[in-house]
Design a protein around this ligand. Structure first.
Ligand SMILES: Nc1nc2c(ncn2[C@@H]2O[C@H](COP(=O)(O)OP(=O)(O)OP(=O)(O)O)[C@@H](O)[C@H]2O)c(=O)[nH]1
Ligand SMILES: [Mg+2]
Length: 453
């Protein structure tokens, strides 16, 4: 899609969810907004005032509602915009929209097109634009607070400060190289290194913040894994707080993956219960195991449930772990020794070499607090790599920023190399907030938005 050319059109969309509701809103943006206002309302309403008016469909009143006009540049998109707040019946909204887009040079908006125009018209930067979709899709109050802070420019401001620091250093060093006769004070090598160190430090902190935000946004996916009948479903039910999964004494009870999320002190935890993994000829069980393996691949953390009659010997833990290592493949694991009640074991948490081991009784709901505290400790301290993290735009770009800052530091005595590295640093920082971008990136970001946003 050629984004820039499309930006000339006047666009319209229903901004509220489809269906029957008390109010429905139509949004219009572009140069022909005033013409549309005249057609529908018979007049151009006062700027930024709520006007109660009849809404006409081909000269016939089909609703009364509130119209608000936002003249450019003081609107969300930076263009002339009109909002029509109607009664939320699909017939009213669809008829009005159909009428509007039947007028010449007006078309339906693409998903996220209003926000994209706000970005292209420099009302918001790319980070702020992305925060809108995060805010709308937020699953927790904590993440929506984070998203609104980002929308207010808190994160972008930190990036802009970094860009300024890079620019200042760049210009100064360029001047020293280009005008050696001007007796510009040479920056000492220590000074350059400490500037680069401070930028690396700030970027690392930003990356930590991004990590925190990803955890807040996506939550942690914890998959419960183990052999049949060890008590996986009993644990799942105990952790989510109600009996969702079927529990029986027959091995191979669970076949489908069951999922449920809880909010653990502001962090969304998505638990999955899976079919017990073992060698079987039962066709349905086999399919269940296939689903389990698929679920494990996308886990951030695994609770590997075993019977608590296994001892705390490292050989035994290694043995259990090795059975599953191929499947688990580098995902962090906590071993849960279950059925402490029948094996007469103490409820406890221990660390033995690389293993965290928690002994519990899922049936009696004992030791659950140890699991919850353990999860909280791990995922509020930010000391984990997430396999989905690298896919996050800011995370991978900030990693590049750090890489080039470090290369610059290694070569700080060679000004031409350092300048080259700083150019990369600036480019990557610019790309985060959208000072540089390409159409594909915009397409990818804004296509995730709803129509009308
Ligand atoms: N005594 C005792 N029994 C338990 C405990 N946890 C589970 N059980 C029993 O163990 C049996 C199997 O429990 P499930 O939770 O269905 O085990 P599962 O691992 O989900 O089994 P599959 O779905 O077949 O793989 C049931 O009879 C449970 O009541 C526990 O902590 N103590
Ligand atoms: Mg089960």
């Amino acid at each position: 899609m050629n984004i820039i050319n499309q930006n000339e059109d006047t666009i319209a969309a229903i901004a509220t969810t489809p269906g029957y509701s008390s109010i429905g809103i139509i949004r219009i943006s572009g140069t022909l907004t005033h013409n549309i206002a005249k057609k529908i309302l018979g007049l151009i309403p006062k700027n930024r005032r709520a006007s109660y008016l009849p809404f006409k469909y081909k000269n016939e009143i089909i609703d009364y509602g509130i119209a608000i006009l936002f003249n450019n540049p003081n609107s969300f998109t930076g263009e002339d915009m009109l909002e029509l707040h109607c009664h939320g019946g699909p017939i009213i909204l669809n008829s009005l929209l159909k009428y509007i887009i039947s007028l010449p040079d007006i078309r339906m908006a693409n998903p996220g097109e209003f926000s994209m125009r706000a970005f292209l018209n420099k009302k918001i930067d790319l980070v702020q634009a992305e925060s809108i979709i995060n805010l709308i899709n937020s699953n927790s109050l904590e993440f929506s607070k984070e998203s609104i802070n980002t929308f207010n420019g808190k994160f972008s401001c930190k990036i802009k400060n970094l860009i300024n620091t890079v620019n200042n250093l760049y210009s100064y060093m360029e001047a020293v190289i280009n005008f050696p006769d001007d007796q510009l004070e040479q920056l000492s090598s220590n000074h350059i290194v400490s500037k680069l160190d401070s930028m690396i430090n700030i970027t690392n902190k930003l990356n930590e913040q991004v990590k925190n935000n990803i955890i807040l946004r996506d939550g942690i996916k914890i998959v419960i894994v183990g052999k049949p009948n060890v008590g996986k479903s009993s644990l799942f039910n105990a952790l989510i707080g109600y009996n969702n999964a079927i529990v029986t004494s027959f091995p191979g009870t669970t076949r489908d993956v069951l999922r449920h999320c809880i909010n653990l002190d502001g962090v969304i935890i998505n638990f999955s219960d899976t079919a017990g993994i073992h060698n079987t000829n039962n066709f349905i069980e086999k399919m269940g195991i296939k689903h389990s393996l698929k679920e494990i691949k996308t886990a951030n953390h695994i609770l590997l449930v075993v019977d608590s009659n296994i001892t705390y010997k490292i050989e035994e833990l290694n043995y259990v772990y090795n059975i599953f290592t191929k499947i688990i493949n580098n995902i962090p694991v906590t071993i849960i020794r279950n059925k402490a009640d029948i094996n007469n074991k103490n409820i406890s948490i221990d660390k033995l070499e690389k293993y965290h081991v928690i002994t519990i009784s899922a049936k009696l709901k004992k030791g659950l607090n140890l699991i919850f505290d353990h999860i909280k400790n791990l995922y509020t301290k930010n000391n984990y790599k997430f396999n989905t993290m690298n896919k996050h735009r800011y995370f991978s770009v900030l990693k590049n920023v750090i890489l080039h800052l470090k290369r610059g530091k290694e070569n700080h005595l060679y000004y031409d190399i350092l300048l080259e590295e700083l150019k990369y640093v600036k480019y990557h920082l610019d790309s985060i907030i959208g000072n540089v971008y390409d159409d594909d990136l915009l397409d990818e970001i804004f296509s995730k938005f709803c129509i009308g946003k």
